[in-house]
Design a protein. Structure first.
Length: 413
């Protein structure tokens, strides 16, 4: 994979060149998080590529309020020290960037004038618990019963849309989100609607197969029915293996969507380097193949670990990605592992808790470092819990916090 020449969390000061809109992602349709006038001093935290081309993630303070997000690289001048640090592997200091995950449950927000407020109810709180544990059908049933008597509960409408999305019914999701948006101008619902519209336009897969644990939808042009059946069998087998190892038990079937790489990138807006994505459903791109090879099974297992961990709770990126690599059988190239250990020895790797919630928006080079660090940390966690078992850690938040500290001390972080 070559020499590791970048450090994940270089930070430097730069200047905005011309008025610019700050967005939540490096795409032209990403939600606006603020605006900066020309001449604003900013901190550059990371660099990625997206629909706007090359982007920097920046932070700034305007009128005493923080502004964080992505701007086109062409609008940032004096970023030479950041670029130099990326090329040389030098850390300039400061905490790592906090990358936003795919939208989850909408948060309470201010409603449009005359509409019902977007606030939590007993129904919405129960729905959030069910969605967090991958039980969208049960969540939708609660919504349908609640909306008979409270049809203007915007948060329940929004969560019903999320349940439909998790059940792979995008048109149902859009209908509920339209209803929610008529009552509330909540930005997270608008973001979910944009994602659904993008997916509907790009995703042409309509063939379906149902297994013991997994519901599979696939693109016939990318996957023939015989291969789809083999994939379904592999997904069921891998989920059974992983659930036994990590201790998760799905109350409902997991949805997996297999499609061509082009459709995958267009419908999910995933990073170019991404080999799979989990957003409540598994999304997997495939190349032309006549069978389920070892690498395909490995990708299935990686994403199913994310499913399993999500059923057990909310976890930081290093644990999600580290255990996904561990239990899918992926391994870090020895030369990369050695270089990560050298970076740790030099004090250039942050604490695990500082690595953020997701790696999904990192550049391919930055992701290489992040995944390697996560793999090394997860390996050490499994070693340290050999006597008590990883399941004990995953079911005990206090024990997880304690073991995170143990892993950091053991690695020298």
């Amino acid at each position: 994979m070559g020499v590791l020449q970048v450090f994940l969390f270089a930070i430097s000061t730069a200047t905005i060149d011309g008025d610019v809109t700050v967005r939540n992602g490096c795409d032209t349709d990403a939600d606006q998080s603020g605006s900066l006038p020309s001449g604003t001093k900013v901190q550059v935290r990371s660099a990625i590529s997206g629909g706007m081309g090359a982007c920097y993630k920046i932070t700034a303070v305007i009128d005493g309020k923080p502004v964080t997000g992505y701007v086109p690289a062409s609008k940032v001048k004096d970023a030479a020290s950041f670029d130099k640090a990326v090329r040389s592997g030098q850390a300039l200091g400061g905490p790592p960037p906090e990358e936003p995950p795919a939208p989850a449950a909408p948060a309470p927000a201010q409603a449009k004038s005359g509409g019902a407020p977007l606030k939590a109810s007993a129904a919405s709180m129960e729905m959030e618990k069910l969605l967090a544990s991958n039980q969208p059908a049960a969540a939708l049933e609660i919504a349908e019963n609640h909306l008979v008597n409270a049809p203007k509960d915007a948060l329940v409408l929004a969560l019903a849309g999320l349940a439909c999305q998790r059940m792979d019914n995008i048109e149902c999701a859009r209908n509920y989100w339209r209803g929610a948006l008529e009552l509330s101008s909540d930005a997270s619902i608008e973001s979910l609607m944009k994602r659904a519209e993008r997916e509907k336009a790009a995703d042409k897969g309509s063939e379906r197969k149902v297994g013991a644990r997994v519901y599979l939808r696939f693109e016939r042009e990318a996957v023939n029915p015989q291969l789809a059946q083999a994939m379904l069998g592999a997904l069921d087998e891998e989920y059974s293996r992983i659930s036994a190892q990590l201790g998760c038990r799905a109350a409902e079937k997991v949805t997996a969507i297999v499609q061509s790489r082009q459709a995958y990138l267009q419908s999910t807006a995933a990073a170019e380097w991404s080999g799979g994505l989990y957003d409540g459903r598994i999304h997997i791109p495939v190349a032309s193949s006549a069978n389920v090879d070892a690498r395909t099974r490995q990708v299935f297992a990686h994403e199913l670990v994310h499913v399993c961990l999500s059923e057990l709770g909310q976890w930081p990126a290093w644990l999600q990605e580290g255990l996904a690599q561990k239990y899918s059988g992926e391994s870090v190239d020895p030369s990369i592992r050695g270089q990560v250990e050298a970076l740790i020895e030099a004090g250039k790797i942050p604490k695990l808790a500082q690595m953020g919630r997701t790696f999904s928006r990192l550049s391919s080079q930055h992701a290489q470092v992040a995944y390697a660090v996560a793999a090394v940390a997860a390996d050490r966690l499994v070693q340290l819990t050999a006597n008590t078992g990883i399941q004990n850690v995953l079911r005990n938040p206090a024990e997880f916090q304690r073991m995170t500290g143990e892993v950091e001390r053991s690695l020298g972080l």
